[in-house]
Design a protein around this ligand. Structure first.
Ligand code: NOJ
Length: 476
C-alpha cells in the first residue's frame, strides 16, 4: 500500500494524482491510500472534516475523484480513503447546529458537559485541556485534538447511523476501503482519568481511550464494509501489540491495524527482533495479518530517524518489503527522502509535522528512474521480486511459513517458506561481521544493499552493514 498526502503529492490535486498513476504502477504498488480529501477548513490538514461527502475544492471535484478511481481500477490497483470518525471540524453543519443551544436536534451529537469531567489533555496544542468552552452554548465540549475538532458522541445511535451513511456514500462510488483515523478513540468512558505519564503509560494502553464500546462500533462498521468486500485499516495508536491486536476482534472488526510500536523501534537488530517476534506472536494467536509501516504524515521520516544515511534506508526497505504481512510505503520514502527543513515562520501544521509533508520532488524521481543503482530502483526491484514470489507476498505467519532466527545479537534474520521455496532475509546493521546460520549457507543472494554480492552464494559469514534477501530452492 502506498500512502499519498494529497496536498504535497502532485500539484496538490486529484488530477495531479491521476497523472502519476503510471509512475505508481511502474513502482509496483497494489493500492493507494489518500489522506483526507473531504471538504475542510484545513485546521489539521483535512483531519477536520466539514462535509464527509464532498471533495475539498483545493483538490478538485467529485468528477475528478470518479475519474481517479476508475483510472486506479483500470490499472488493477485499489483505492482507500481516509475516514475520520472520531471528530469533525467545528465548521461541520452538525457541530454548528449542536453548539447553538442545548435542545436542538443535534444537541447530543457531540460530548457536552457543564464542567470538564476528567483530566484529559488534547493531542495538540500539547498540554492544553481536552475540554473547550463554547460561549454560545455555555458548556464545555470534548476535543481530543484541536478545539476546531470536536469529538463526536458515538454513544448516540443517530451519530452512528450518520457516520455509516458517509461510508456508504463512498462505497457506492466504488472505493475499496478506508484507513480509519484514531479508531481506538471512538468509545469513551468520561469517568476515567488519564493516568500519569510513566513507562507503562507510554508503551501500554491508555485505559480511557481503549474502551469496549469501540469494539461494538467496529463490528457494526465491519458488517457494512463486508457488504461491499471493502477493507478497514485502523489507526490504532496504542503502542502495545497485544492491545492493538484486539482491534481485529474475532475476524469481525478491523482487517488490518497499524503497528506503531514497531514504527517507533530504533533501527537496531535486537529491538527490531523483539518487536517483530511479539507482533507475530499476538497476531498468530488472534488469527490476524500483520502490517508494517515506518513512515507516514505524522512522524519524522524513517531515514531521518535512523540516522540519515541511505544505507540504513535500503536496509529498512529490505525489512519492510520481505516481512510477512502488508507493508505501507509513505510517498517519497522510495526516493530516500529525509524531512524538509522548514523555517518556523513557514510552518502551517499545528502538530509541527511539516517536514515530512513537503512536496514530492518530481525532478528527483525522474533522475533516480534513470539510474539502476538509485534507491528508487532498489525499491522497485524489491517490489517486483515480492510480487513474483509467493513466499514473499502470500506465505503466512504460521510456524511452517515464518521463522525468526534467534541468531547472534546484532543480526536480524528470518526465513519464509512456501512449499520447497525458502527465502532468507538477513540484516546486519552492526559494525561487526556476523555468523550466518547453517540453514542459509549456500543460498543465492538475490537483492542486496551491496550489489556486488548479488548472484553470489551465502557463506559462513555476513559482512558488517549489509542486508540481503536470498533463496535456496524452489522457483522464483
Ligand atoms: C491521526 C492523523 O494521522 C493525524 O494527522 C491527525 O492530526 C490526527 N489523527 C487527528 O485526526
Amino acid at each position: 500500500m502506498y500512502q499519498i498526502y494529497p496536498r504535497s503529492f502532485s500539484e496538490g490535486t486529484l488530477v495531479g494524482i491521476s497523472s502519476r498513476l503510471d509512475y505508481l504502477q511502474w513502482l509496483g504498488v497494489d493500492a493507494l491510500w489518500l489522506s483526507p480529501i473531504f471538504l475542510s477548513p484545513m485546521a489539521d490538514g483535512g483531519y477536520d472534516v466539514a462535509d464527509y461527502c464532498a471533495i475539498d475544492p483545493q483538490f478538485g471535484t467529485l468528477a475528478d475523484f470518479d475519474a481517479l478511481l476508475s483510472e486506479v481500477h483500470a490499472r488493477g490497483m485499489r483505492l482507500l480513503l481516509d475516514w475520520v470518525p472520531n471528530h469533525t471540524s467545528d465548521q461541520h453543519p452538525w457541530f454548528r447546529e449542536s453548539r447553538r443551544d442545548r435542545v436542538n436536534a443535534k444537541a447530543d451529537w457531540y460530548v457536552w458537559r457543564d464542567q470538564p469531567t476528567n483530566n484529559w489533555l488534547a493531542s495538540f496544542p500539547r498540554g492544553e485541556k481536552a475540554w473547550a468552552f463554547d460561549e454560545q452554548r455555555g458548556q464545555y465540549y470534548l476535543r481530543c485534538f484541536l478545539k476546531e475538532q470536536p469529538d463526536l458522541n458515538w454513544d448516540n445511535p443517530e451519530v452512528v447511523a450518520a457516520m455509516l451513511d458517509t461510508l456508504r456514500f463512498w462505497l457506492d462510488r466504488g472505493v475499496d476501503g478506508f484507513r480509519m483515523d484514531v479508531v481506538h478513540l471512538l468509545g469513551k468512558d468520561l469517568n476515567l482519568n488519564d493516568p500519569p505519564i510513566c513507562e507503562e503509560r507510554v508503551w501500554g494502553h491508555v485505559p480511557y481511550n481503549d474502551q469496549p464500546t469501540t469494539h461494538q462500533h467496529l463490528r457494526t462498521i465491519r458488517s457494512l464494509l463486508d457488504e461491499y468486500s471493502a477493507l478497514a485499516v485502523g489507526e490504532v495508536y496504542l503502542l502495545d501489540e497485544q492491545a492493538m491486536t484486539t482491534y481485529h476482534g474475532a475476524g469481525d472488526e478491523l482487517h488490518l491495524c497499524f503497528n506503531f510500536r514497531f514504527l517507533w523501534a530504533p533501527f537496531e537488530a535486537d529491538e527490531l527482533r523483539s518487536r517483530i517476534a511479539r507482533t507475530i506472536e499476538v497476531l498468530r494467536d488472534g488469527g490476524a495479518w500483520p502490517t508494517w509501516v515506518l513512515s507516514n504524515h505524522d512522524v519524522p521520516r524513517h531515514r531521518q530517524r535512523y540516522g540519515g544515511d541511505e544505507l540504513h534506508a535500503r536496509m529498512a526497505a529490505i525489512m519492510l518489503l520481505t516481512l510477512p504481512g502488508t507493508p505501507f510505503l509513505y510517498q517519497g520514502e522510495e526516493l530516500g527522502l529525509v524531512d524538509a527543513k522548514i523555517a518556523p515562520a513557514d510552518m502551517i501544521d499545528p502538530g509541527g509535522r511539516d517536514g515530512c509533508r513537503a512536496p514530492i520532488p518530481w525532478n528527483e524521481v525522474a533522475r533516480q528512474r534513470e539510474h539502476p543503482n538509485s534507491i528508487l530502483a532498489f525499491y522497485q526491484r524489491l517490489l517486483r521480486l515480492r510480487r513474483a514470489t509467493p513466499a514473499l507476498h502470500a506465505a503466512g505467519i504460521d510456524n511452517d511459513s515464518f521463522r525468526l532466527f534467534d541468531g547472534s545479537p546484532g543480526l536480524l534474520a528470518w526465513e519464509r517458506s512456501d512449499g520447497d521455496a525458502h527465502w532468507f532475509t538477513y540484516i546486519n546493521p552492526s559494525d561487526e561481521p556476523q555468523v550466518c546460520s547453517a540453514a542459509m549457507q549456500g543460498a543465492t543472494i538475490v537483492v542486496c544493499t551491496d550489489e556486488a554480492l548479488e548472484g553470489t552464494m551465502v557463506g559462513a559469514e555476513m559482512p558488517a552493514g549489509v542486508a540481503w534477501v536470498a533463496h535456496n530452492s524452489g522457483t522464483m
